[in-house]
Structures are given as structure tokens and as C-alpha cells.
Design a protein. Structure first.
Length: 192
């Protein structure tokens, strides 16, 4: 079982982060929120399924997030703004615990995961043009290595690469960059 407290997450993330500066990479900077919350003493992670009308990753399971904009003070502000825009949870209800190192995506983004604790209970107000569904999964299920695997995946351009796929849960398939971010986060939590 993962030893998880907000304080421990903050400590672990502060010891592993390589703070990149916006503009030092040719890819578009973006941030996602890894939204954690505690319900009935059980840690859960909140996910969205992207709508069919968004520009990238249509219909895929993801974390709330999006591209850095000039109005954002930093990538934490990007993650908080996008979370409120997509699912209606205001920044006043989210405590930032830290950030992870960035991940390059195949869609030319450099994604920085921001870990946040959502104050429970919370209200969801989906932006239907961006999000088809919001759902939650227990963190202990996500951390169980029997529930995911890394396998070869052939891209539309013919390239083959290793991609993480979770078992289907609640009718949803979690895979790709979101799954990779999540597994890296769980690996960090599992450190002694």
C-alpha cells in the first residue's frame, strides 16, 4: 500500500523536481492537474474524458489541463485555470502539493503535471464542449501493477513505441501520456 499524505507528496515532489522555464523548449507548454481527494478514508483520482470537439486527443481519458496562456502567472496557474474551465472546481478548493517533471507528448506539447488536493465534497460543472464525462478511480487500484502494462503501440505514422495501458475500468480506457504520468507519480509515491 502506498504511504500517502499531502505532506509526504509535497516533500517527495520538492526533492525530485527539475524546474524548467517556460520558453526553453520548442514544444507548446501545457499543464495538467492530477486531482487527488480523500473520500471515506480512500484516496481517489479524478479524470475526465475529452469530448469529440476538442482539438487534440478526442474522446481520450485525461487529467484536466491545457496550454499555458499569457494570462497565467505560471504552470500551476494554468492547471488551476483549466480545471475550473473544464470541470468547474475553483482554485480556492484546490491545494497545490507540487509539480512533477515535464513529459513531451506526441502532439508537440511539453506537459507539466501539477499535483493538487481537492477539498471534498466538491461540485462538478462540466464544460460540455471540452469534457464528455468526469469519473474517479481509487488510487490503490491505479497503483496495482496487475492493472496496467506497457506494450508496443503502432502510431498512425508507422512508428512503434512503448505505451502504458490500464485495464478498462468503469467503461473507460486509461492509456498513453495520462497513464505514463500517473505511473510515474505512483512510482514517486512508492519511494522510501
Amino acid at each position: 500500500m502506498i504511504n500517502i499524505t499531502p505532506e509526504r507528496i509535497s516533500t517527495l515532489l520538492s526533492s525530485t523536481i527539475n524546474h524548467e522555464e517556460i520558453g526553453l523548449d520548442h514544444r507548446t507548454r501545457a499543464a495538467v492537474l492530477i486531482p487527488l481527494f480523500l473520500e471515506d478514508k480512500i484516496w481517489k483520482v479524478l479524470f475526465t474524458r475529452r469530448s469529440q470537439t476538442v482539438q487534440d486527443h478526442k474522446g481520450q481519458v485525461s487529467f484536466p489541463g491545457g496550454a499555458f496562456e499569457w494570462i497565467d502567472q505560471d504552470l500551476e496557474a494554468t492547471a488551476l485555470r483549466e480545471t475550473e474551465e473544464e470541470i468547474g472546481i475553483p482554485k480556492s478548493q484546490i491545494k497545490i502539493l507540487g509539480r512533477m517533471n515535464s513529459f513531451p507528448s506526441i502532439s508537440n506539447y511539453l506537459i507539466t503535471p501539477i499535483v493538487g488536493l481537492i477539498i471534498f465534497p466538491f461540485q462538478i460543472r462540466m464544460a460540455e464542449e471540452e469534457v464528455d464525462r468526469v469519473f474517479t478511480v481509487r488510487l490503490d487500484w491505479l497503483a496495482d501493477s496487475l492493472n496496467y502494462e506497457e506494450r508496443d503501440y503502432k502510431r498512425s505514422d508507422g512508428r512503434v513505441e512503448k505505451v502504458i495501458f490500464y485495464k478498462e475500468i468503469d467503461g473507460e480506457l486509461l492509456w498513453g501520456i495520462t497513464a505514463r504520468i500517473l505511473v510515474r507519480f505512483i512510482t514517486e509515491l512508492s519511494r522510501e
